[in-house]
Design a protein. Sequence first.
Length: 255
Amino acid sequence: MTSNMTTSNHHATRPPLIGITADVLIAPNARPKAGQALTYSEAVAKAGGLPVLLPPIVELAEQHARAVDAVVFTGGDDIDLTPFGLSNHPASSLMHPQRQQYEFALLRALDALPRTPVLGICLGMQFMALHGRGSLNPHLPDTHPTASDHRSDNAHPVAPLNGITSSDLATNHPLKPVLFVEGASPRRVASNHHQAVSNPGSLRALAISPDNVLEALDNPRRPFYIGVQWHPERTSDPIAGDGVFRALVNAARTT
């Protein structure tokens, strides 16, 4: 039986199993490796989860989706936009095609498991938007003079998108305490990207930066299907950083 069918028994004996997507790493004169920044695993472990790296083997995407209690789609290089009828920007640094094929396959597999919590971070949020028939801005510096605010982990504020109110989010929505801060300045988050979501497609846009870059998405028809453009594993704010991972792990306990 899968973890999605036997959670009460499994979680009585171990922490929730959190799958973390991996990059394909290729060095000169070396075999390809699967790997990812340790900060993702550290953040999951700190939140009480058991991190496990998901090697990008397309044929295993469905098995991976069934084997874990939640999935983190991590950051990385740029998505090849040509399969979507778009041209890649000259400044793009494309990811290995095997990773791109795998992550879209994993998203499709998770569509059949709508109760499995999904967190997309930076590139991961962009994957989610494209999977939902959305689109990307291929190079922020071409359209946003303040694009440098989104590089090198610069901390910048995030706020609810115009029209999104606290009552639009469920009481236990993981981003509610991030976006709605009574009597205080907006929370600040760490970002490092030059592409961004321009159209969320079938997903709901939730948050925005001061220069109108979309910062968070969700699917309100699923219990936990969240994308954030920032890097919570590198964000010092305890709610917009560690709090996002705590919410993911807590949701995974009831998968």
